[in-house]
Design a binder for this molecule. Structure first.
Ligand code: COA
Length: 411
């Protein structure tokens, strides 16, 4: 029987949702989490692969603006729910879904696609470059002190009356933070609930999520931390674990005060944190970074659906005037030469017949787009070629950003 990639028939949404669930392990989700996904997934943005009436492949995109270097936001297709039934794997179904998905985004005029990968080896072939990294920490808080910047002692911390009641104040702090790094989503209505879902399966045996709010003087909330605590005891006494969910602050003093609080909770000696930016200021606040159990892994993968509008949508750290020769076997419309002229105010990227200065693949252009990967580093790996002396340094400097790009949550 032949298979057919097409828009999901909304009547098949339950079947589609069940197919995703099964491909990711088949363990029933927490009802609250399922309810959340069912609210934010738009059936009109779902693709399905049908074999007769049966859904054997799934994918969808969230239409979420993503912050780009320079402070703006770009319409983005955030791909998720990518799955192929185990009975139908390795027949090219994923390739045909991504083909269709990128064609649809191009028709919609969306310049960027992003995703997080279950396995890093899957998406490079479709032109997705690894653009951000995320850091995890396992801090020995019995030995590590947090040195709080000046002003931190004026910060007042208090437990929020309830996790849900604090949500609005936390979301306001989060909203103020979005422009500070590239790679963050402007949460559209409904997404604020993502941070509040607290199923037992998320707690690693710990407490329900707790929230501590930070304020100063007039009482306005200027930061928050949400976390779980897990009591652990052995013959030597207490060895409890604190697991961070998220932390956000308006300024360094508040940030330091919140981290000091986390590392100082009685009866605990470990603080675990998952997805943090690789240049987290915490690394410069701790007394002993070696006891912070730092690990780094891949984060967001970026695909320039359209090189011209994509590169025109951000600004650049220094003046740049470079012709790229782009190879793109999966989205042939991007292949060829593009002149990028821009600076800190904005940029134009358009087709040119001029000689190329730098040659690279669309995948590597995706990797450098948010400023988290250096063109020169990719050149050192033989992935990017400089064709005009000086062009590589010029472009590398222009694409760089003051802070590492980062997406604080999954999707
Ligand atoms: C990953 C998955 C979507 C692949 O689907 P599929 O239809 O078997 O993939 P295709 O047959 O289209 O494979 C296309 C290419 O990707 C490769 N590929 C597929 N899965 C891969 C993996 N997990 N790691 C590395 N390469 C992979 C194939 O070998 C093939 O390579 P080729 O073009 O060089 O021949 C499917 O196995 C699946 O649903 N897995 C469980 C859920 C999951 O991990 N989804 C991805 C979420 S980000």
């Amino acid at each position: 029987m032949t298979v057919d990639v097409r828009a999901l028939d909304p009547a098949d949404f339950d079947q589609w949702y069940g197919a995703v669930d099964r491909a990711f392990g088949g363990v029933p989700e927490d009802p609250e989490l399922e309810q959340f996904w069912r609210t934010v997934i738009d059936p009109a943005r779902c693709l399905a692969v049908y074999e007769g009436p049966t859904v054997v492949g799934t994918t969808q995109t969230f239409a979420l603006p993503v912050s780009v270097p320079g402070g703006g936001f770009v319409p983005t297709g955030a791909l998720s729910a990518v799955s192929v039934a185990a009975t139908h794997r390795r027949r090219g179904i994923l390739t045909s879904m991504i083909r269709r998905q990128l064609d649809v985004l191009r028709e919609e005029g969306v310049p960027l696609a992003v995703l997080t990968a279950s396995e890093p080896g899957i998406y490079g072939r479709y032109g997705f470059g690894l653009a951000t990294q995320q850091m995890s920490l396992e801090i020995d808080s019995s030995r590590v002190r947090v040195e709080v910047p000046e002003g931190g002692d004026d910060v007042t911390l208090r437990y929020a009356p309830s996790f849900a009641e604090a949500a609005e104040a936390c979301e306001a702090v989060y909203a103020r933070s979005i422009g500070t790094r590239a790679g963050m989503f402007l949460r559209t209505p409904g997404w604020e609930r993502h941070a509040l879902i607290d199923p037992p399966g998320f707690r690693d045996g710990g407490s329900p999520a707790q929230c501590v709010l930070a304020s100063r003087g007039d009482g306005e909330v200027v930061g928050y931390v949400r976390f779980h605590t897990k009591p652990v005891w052995d013959a030597a006494g207490p060895k409890g674990v604190v697991t961070l969910r998220d932390i956000c602050a308006d300024d360094p003093a508040v940030y330091g005060a919140l981290w000091r609080f986390l590392c100082d909770i009685d009866l605990t000696s470990t603080v675990k944190a998952g997805n943090r930016p690789v240049d987290d200021p915490l690394l410069h606040l701790v007394s002993d970074v070696r006891r912070c159990g730092v690990r780094v892994r891949d984060g967001l993968y970026v695909r320039l659906v359209d090189v011209g509008s994509g590169l025109s949508s951000r600004s650049y750290s220094s003046p740049v005037d470079v012709v790229f020769d782009v190879s793109d076997s999966f989205c042939g419309w991007n292949a060829g030469r593009w002149r990028l002229s821009g600076d800190g105010k904005g940029a134009v990227c358009s087709r040119t017949a001029d000689r190329a200065d730098v040659a690279l693949s669309a995948r590597d252009l995706g990797a450098v787009f948010l400023g988290g990967v250096s063109l020169s580093a990719l050149a050192s790996a033989g992935r990017v070629r400089e064709l005009r002396e000086g062009a590589l340094t010029e472009a590398t400097t222009a694409f760089a950003t003051p802070l590492a790009p980062w997406l604080p949550h999954g999707f």
